[in-house]
Design a protein around this ligand. Structure first.
Ligand SMILES: C[S@@+](CC[C@H](N)C(=O)[O-])C[C@H]1O[C@@H](n2cnc3c(N)ncnc32)[C@H](O)[C@@H]1O
Length: 268
């Protein structure tokens, strides 16, 4: 049993944080941002929050606001900010700019610069010399399978018991996040409560007492692993395959739980 402390005023703190994050350009839905905030606020106090993939700072602002409110931090935000993929390049606002300029501007405007330790680097390079404990690992960088697996392998050894691991875009057409979640987390005996909130796949690291979560993992594995064949080739889906993917995805439970229900599910 790992006690989970819900800090006072969490709902209001999430509202405040979302108010600051909602207009920052990015890909995070409101339910996902709120859930990130819940994990950040309820994770064990020991260790840092590590974010891989910051883009223009939407999730960093959300997390930074909670760090400001509750006095934890810093949020380690890792991103080379080099627009290395076509989808992100579409978000370039002027030809010379990178997401770094806007990231700095957005965290400053939200007043969270003091709570963010930014690394303009690839995650694999930061992982090489990483030696600090992690209370929450938020993986939203390279969504290829080798990329997501390297992020998991590089930082997971530093996650403290009771800490949270979450991957974004696990229910979108990317091969990495969903496969890492199914193979490394649901099929491992080191994780506890787990689930999806929209496209975030998450679990709590419970190396000592994961036993009572096995039935939950099996049930999630059954629906989540149906998605793996669709995303394995890393090619965009179309026509009937896309419809089949969406049908398979509709079987995955992914609503945002209330704070009360969620914290109860961590220690059933
Ligand atoms: C989907 S965006 C992140 C969105 C962000 N979390 C938000 O809330 O808006 C993905 C980001 O990951 C970064 N990225 C890609 N590969 C990376 C890697 N190997 N290490 C760190 N960041 C990476 C990209 O530069 C991009 O800014």
């Amino acid at each position: 049993m790992i006690p989970v402390l819900v800090p006072p005023g969490l709902q209001a703190a999430l509202d405040e944080a979302w108010k600051a994050a909602k207009d920052v350009p990015g890909f995070l839905l409101e339910s996902e941002a709120r859930f990130l905030g819940m994990m950040a606020a309820c994770a064990p106090r020991e260790g840092l929050i590590v974010e891989i993939g910051s883009f223009k700072g939407k999730s960093a602002v959300m997390l930074g606001k909670l760090a400001e409110h509750y006095g934890f931090g810093p949020i380690v935000a890792i991103d080379p900010h080099n627009f290395n993929n076509a989808e992100l390049a579409e978000h370039r606002t002027d030809p010379g700019a990178t997401s770094y300029d806007e990231f700095l501007k957005n965290i400053e405007a939200a007043g969270v610069t003091p709570y963010i330790e930014a690394h303009r680097a690839f995650s694999r390079d930061v992982a090489k010399s990483w030696n600090r404990p992690i209370r929450m690992l938020w993986i939203d960088g390279d969504h290829s399978y080798p990329g997501a697996k390297a992020d998991f392998d590089g930082f997971m050894p530093h996650v403290v018991p009771g800490g949270f691991v979450a991957l974004h875009d696990a229910l979108h057409e990317f091969p990495g996040p969903i496969r890492v979640f199914v193979e490394e987390m649901l099929r491992s005996d080191r994780f506890g409560a787990a689930g999806f909130v929209n496209s975030i796949a998450w679990s709590q690291f419970r190396p000592e007492d994961s036993f009572s979560f096995r039935h939950l993992h099996r049930a999630l594995d059954e629906v989540a692993s149906m998605l793996l064949p669709f995303v394995a080739s890393d090619q965009p889906l179309s026509g009937i395959r896309k419809m089949q993917f969406k049908l398979a995805r509709s079987r995955v439970p992914r609503d945002l739980p209330s704070i009360k229900d969620w914290t109860k599910s961590l220690n059933p």
